[in-house]
Write a protein that binds this ligand. Structure first.
Ligand code: WQD
Length: 337
């Protein structure tokens, strides 16, 4: 199918890595981004890596008229929707901002897609839609029940897209539930650049290693896990990006399908810290503190379905994740700032 691929939030962490894999696969890419949580520099970095410059539209999905104008200019074959707010802690303190931004922008996008009969949709969802009560590994039929507003916006959007398909069976929708994305492109030119103090483990580790934070606080060491610290399914962002290209290629039949994108392996906080120190030859001082409210002890994916149906599985291991995360941070101590 000809036509451009629209990538909303395409200059963000996962969006930018996915744009690179799309360009490498010879897709024509148009990015919509409002730069609320990313930098214009990413476009230059993408061009440097791929020798191709995606078309960039600097606007906000909350401005429906602007989105309509974008769809008038291009003949999109599919949409990959990353744009949205994603900080768990912030969502607890400012739930209305999250519900409005994440849900209203997706409604706008789907209404304009309908108007232009563009009904191929890949949605950036999250493992945070799963409840804490699931046996490991978690498969796509696991119990749902996010414990924060951010995760609830993802679940509500999944439900909304299911209703959309029930109302119009021409839609081809794929929901991708990410586990814990980490790492960066091997060039060290693009990577995770959180605003302010990082919330997530790996960017906090790299910020300690580069000297921006004094030490890592390990949130709890009394979980029922191999070393008492939390276990997660970390997945290299390049593997995640490739998963989107595979999802796009397989999003050919009407319907709505859900896939976990993870590695199927769990690593504890201390395993990640020790691996990071070993492979990079850097010190990451840490102290054990109380558990973080809302954290679950263990989370890792059953990735059978994506392997069987998308012909995709993660290839990069924790060593490469730690190397690439550090390569990005040491070459960009202040991210894109
Ligand atoms: C991982 C582990 C912490 C920081 C997040 C969010 C959401 C999602 C990605 C998109 C846990 C421990 C962390 C620190 C620590 N994104 N930790 N000290 O909470 O699994 O989920 O994943 O959907 O952003 O849902 O990721 O990286 O915050 O925590 O000890 O300073 O590291 O307790 O065990 P999380 P995380």
């Amino acid at each position: 199918m000809s036509g451009e691929i629209l990538v909303t939030g395409g200059t963000g962490y996962i969006g930018s890595h996915t744009v690179i894999e799309l360009l490498k696969a010879d897709y024509d890419v148009v990015i919509i981004d409002n730069f609320s949580n990313s930098s214009m520099k990413v476009i230059d970095r993408i061009e440097k890596i791929t020798d191709k410059r995606p078309i960039l539209i600097n606007t906000d999905l909350l401005n429906k008229e602007n989105i309509y104008d974008v769809f008038e200019k291009f003949s999109f074959s599919s949409v990959i929707h990353f744009a949205g707010l994603k900080a768990v802690g912030e969502s607890v303190n400012n739930p209305l901002k999250y519900y409005y931004t994440n849900i209203a922008s997706t409604v706008n996008l789907c209404e304009v897609m309908t108007a232009f009969d563009v009904k191929n949709f890949i949605f950036s969802s999250s493992a945070t839609v799963y409840s804490a009560q699931n046996k490991m590994p978690i498969n796509e039929d696991g119990n749902l029940g996010p414990n924060n507003p951010y995760g609830r916006t993802k679940l509500f959007i999944e439900e909304m897209l299911s209703d959309l398909y029930q109302s119009d069976s021409n839609w081809k929708i794929t929901l991708l539930r990410y586990f814990n994305p980490v790492g960066a492109h091997e060039s060290g030119l693009i990577g995770e650049s959180p605003n302010g103090t990082p919330n997530n483990l790996m960017p906090f580790i790299t910020s300690v290693a580069v000297g921006k934070q004094k030490n890592l606080k390990v949130f709890g060491s009394d979980y029922n896990t191999k070393d008492g610290t939390g276990v997660r399914d970390y997945i290299h962002v390049i593997d995640l990006a490739k998963g989107h290209v595979q999802a796009l290629k397989h999003n050919c039949e009407p319907g709505i399908k859900t896939y976990n994108l993870g590695t199927g392996k769990g690593y504890s906080v201390l395993e990640v810290v020790k691996t990071f120190q070993l492979v990079n030859g850097v010190n990451v001082p840490y102290e054990i503190v109380d558990r973080r409210p809302g954290d679950i002890p263990i989370s890792y994916a059953d990735v059978t379905k994506a392997k069987d149906q998308l012909n995709w599985n993660a290839e990069k291991g924790i060593i490469e994740m730690c190397k690439d995360a550090w390569n990005w941070q040491k070459n960009n101590p202040n991210g894109y700032n």
